[in-house]
Design a protein around this ligand. Structure first.
Ligand code: NAI
Length: 343
């Protein structure tokens, strides 16, 4: 068992990467953030100064030559994940990658093969909702039989309207896989996890309702997908980028003996304001405030896996299968047809 601190190098210091970097620096026992990397030199300097990180890089390959490191943590844009995972594994590092595993099925299958070739290195994918207290408790209750056999899952994942301008600016220069691969991927993973089933058929629709830019991007501002699973269970997935009240992530699982709901009202605290506007619950403003605990817990698990020489429950296969579902939704949205999910 490894006694010394696990030394981590992170690539990507943006919205989520910086949060992970802070967690790795200050909040995880037996972990040391030893290197940071981004193509943006200012971000590297800022992280080095604020988080007291000895090594800074603007080139990923150069960071991989640092053999003081034990693990590489990937929080770069989605299009880089597969290549960066493969390189890091081949250089002998443990690897954590943000979701999605990749944007194309073939590249995720290639990653799966490389992960399998390196069984002694921990590999983890950032499906952090599995580490959120409420989502984890829901799983436990399902396993205990609290709702009987799960038959339907309904998921909402909608980003705040406040982030719409920022997203459009980002999406005109970068490809994130489109609404379903980018936004619903967590829900697809949860559906497979809660239903213990694989997706078979997908029908997805969507459109641009408040902003025309999404049409030009061949993407949807709001979309919905209906999925049939191989055990006949049903999935209904709503994804969007225009939620007036904040960041709305809600999940319902209906079973033969009961129903579970998680996050029905996405209230950010216990305060209820009564005034001349009525009764008001303020809501989460984004993924960091909603999933702060889950982001920390998943990283703790990654570091514990390295120390204890084991693999986490979230596997590379979960990444491949969820990308397959996201890709089928994208295809169905684009061609208007029912799509069979690849086996
Ligand atoms: P961002 O655009 O805010 O940050 C990207 C970072 O990567 C920036 O520091 C940028 O300079 C750096 N970068 C870009 N290209 C690079 C390259 N070739 N080499 C090294 N660094 C590079 O992106 P954001 O929102 O932080 O997302 C990052 C990843 O995290 C995405 O894959 C996204 O899907 C995922 N994500 C996951 C969430 C979750 O809930 N698990 C929530 C938000 C994002």
């Amino acid at each position: 068992m490894q006694k010394r601190k696990v030394k981590v190098g992170i690539v990507g210091l943006g919205r989520l990467g910086y949060q992970h970097a802070e967690n790795l620096s200050f909040r995880i026992p037996f972990c040391e953030l030893t290197a940071v990397c981004s193509i943006n030199e200012k971000e590297v300097k800022k992280a080095q100064e604020n988080l007291e990180v000895p090594y800074g890089y603007t080139d990923y390959d150069e960071m991989l030559t640092n053999k003081e490191l034990d693990a590489i943590f990937i929080a770069s844009p989605s299009g880089f994940h597969c290549e960066q995972i493969i390189k890091a594994l081949r250089e002998g590092f443990h690897v954590f990658s943000e979701k999605p595993l990749g944007l194309y099925i073939e590249e995720t299958q290639k990653v799966e093969k490389v992960v399998m070739e390196h069984p002694d290195q921990t590999f983890m994918l950032g499906f952090m909702r599995r580490y959120d207290r409420s989502y984890a408790l829901a799983k436990k209750k399902i396993e205990e039989g609290a709702i009987g056999q799960p038959t339907l899952i309904r998921c909402y994942g909608i980003d705040p309207t406040k982030q719409l301008d920022g997203f459009i600016k980002f999406a005109t220069k970068n490809y994130s896989g489109g609404l379903f691969l980018d936004m619903s991927i967590h829900d697809f993973d949860l559906a497979r996890w809660y239903l213990s089933a694989e997706a078979k058929e997908v029908w997805a629709v969507g459109g641009s309702y408040s902003r025309t830019e999404f049409n030009e991007l061949n993407d949807a501002e709001t979309g919905a997908a209906m999925i049939r699973f191989d055990n006949q269970a049903i999935g209904i997935f709503v994804a969007g980028r225009n939620c007036a009240h904040g960041y709305h992530v809600e999940t319902e699982i209906i079973g033969t003996k009961g129903t579970l709901r998680i996050g029905t009202v996405p209230e950010s605290d216990q305060i209820v304001l009564f005034n001349d506007n009525g009764v008001i619950n303020e809501c989460f403003d984004g993924f960091i405030s909603r999933f702060e605990q889950a982001y920390l817990s998943e990283v703790e698990e990654f570091v514990n896996c390295i120390i204890e020489g084991r693999q986490p429950a979230v596997s590379v296969r979960d990444g491949v299968e969820s990308t397959k579902i996201g890709y089928a939704c994208k295809e169905s949205f684009e061609n208007g047809q029912l799509v069979h999910v690849q086996n």
